[in-house]
Design a protein around this ligand. Structure first.
Ligand code: GDP
Length: 365
């Protein structure tokens, strides 16, 4: 399963946020694919569409889909040189598919900042630099292997050498690999290097309780937004402390509390959705009388493999899929009407499942 890693300097609110995720999180029994590990939090994906489908179908139960967040502790300056838990930290980052980078934007004199003052951009750069240095080492090693062959006009080696030089140049200028422009073909080759700074990132700006209503009044938030915009990353604003309180509440209580705060959607819910998207994940639904359920696939998954997420037998015996889009189903008001209106399609093995498809699979046992 794909997982989003949470990183950040000490005392930025990482554990508070991770605890909120774990508390809001799901019973692992529902999600057998998830890892059982204290550093992994299983989180259900908030999705309004699931409520709407439940109202429409009135099933016995409703099951949201879920994915994993991994808490990656132990980054300090010098990690790339093995300081602190350096190597362990880097190897944990290597295993995640996207990075949620928590940055401290709240001022609080009672809580020490590792570098003595609040400065989110410096904090971001401390971590980014460690990752860039680790990647530089990877690239230099690789250059050592292919340079000679490239000079001897070995075509493949020359193509790779080109990419490696581009990347080295970026790293020497303290820019991450994801900022380097590569063609589709080059991206494929670069992927084989498993670079840390190639992973997609989103920033979670942790603001104080007072600022959550009007976070743009916080100058640090603006700095983070500008920085993220320059590298094409997203920023989600959270107050870790409030999120950990919200996470303890259930359904209606949660809505009430958010209303009191004057917030439409909790920062944590926004963060979860953004991380899901960053991982390249999408949702399709099954909607039967017994169960309405959301399922996770990677963007671009074909119908048989999507069926395989439910059960391997569904993939093996796949015949075809009966599909109606979520919007068409809601507009029609019932499956019967949707069928009458010709909105239910029969799709075969090559069909690429779309986010929001409501699917009934037909298969041989
Ligand atoms: P970590 O080292 O990054 O995991 O940080 P922690 O989650 O342990 O938080 C460090 C300290 O900051 C704790 O005392 C938290 O209660 C406090 N903290 C975290 N988030 C917030 C916040 O949004 N507002 C305030 N005032 N304090 C926070």
């Amino acid at each position: 399963a794909l997982t989003a890693g949470i990183v950040g300097l000490p005392n930025v609110g990482k554990s508070t946020l991770f605890n909120a995720i774990t508390q809001a999180g799901a019973e692992s029994a529902n999600y057998p694919f998830c890892t059982i590990d204290p550093n992994v939090g299983i989180v259900e994906v908030p999705d309004q569409r699931l409520q709407k489908l439940t109202e429409l179908v009135e099933p016995d139960k409703t099951v949201p889909t879920a994915f994993e967040f991994t808490d990656i502790a132990g980054i300090v300056e010098g990690a790339s040189k093995g300081e602190g838990l350096g190597n362990k930290f880097l190897s944990h980052i290597r295993q995640v598919d996207a990075i949620t980078h928590v940055v401290r934007c709240f001022a609080d004199d009672n809580i020490t900042h590792v570098s003595g003052s609040v400065d989110p951009i410096r904090d971001i750069q401390v971590i980014n630099l460690e990752l860039i240095l680790a990647d530089l080492e990877t690239v230099e090693k690789r250059i050592g292997r292919v340079e000679k062959m490239a000079r001897q006009k070995d075509k493949e080696a020359a193509a790779e050498f080109d990419i490696l030089e581009k990347l080295r140049d970026a790293f020497e200028n303290e820019r991450p690999a994801r900022s380097v422009e590569l063609t589709k073909e080059q991206q494929k080759i670069a992927k084989g290097l498993h670079l840390l700074t190639m992973k997609p990132v989103l920033y979670a700006a942790n603001v104080s309780e007072e600022e959550i209503i009007d976070p743009d009044a916080n100058p640090y938030v603006k700095q983070v937004k500008d920085f993220a915009a320059a590298e094409g990353s997203e920023v989600i604003i959270v107050c870790a402390k409030i999120e950990s309180e919200i996470a303890e509440l259930e359904g209606d209580e949660k809505q009430e509390f958010l209303k009191e705060l004057g917030i439409l959607e909790s920062g944590l819910d926004q963060l979860i959705k953004a991380a899901y998207k960053l991982l390249g994940l999408e949702t399709y639904f099954t909607a039967g009388k017994q169960e309405v359920r959301a399922w996770t696939i990677r963007k671009g998954t074909k119908a048989p493999q999507a069926a395989g997420v439910i059960h391997t037998d569904f993939e093996r015996g796949f015949i075809r899929a009966e599909i109606v889009s979520y919007e068409d189903l809601i507009t029609a008001g019932s499956m019967t009407t949707a069928k009458e209106n010709g909105k239910v399609r029969l799709e075969g093995k090559e069909y690429i499942v779309q986010d929001g498809d409501v699917i009934h699979f037909r298969f041989n046992v």
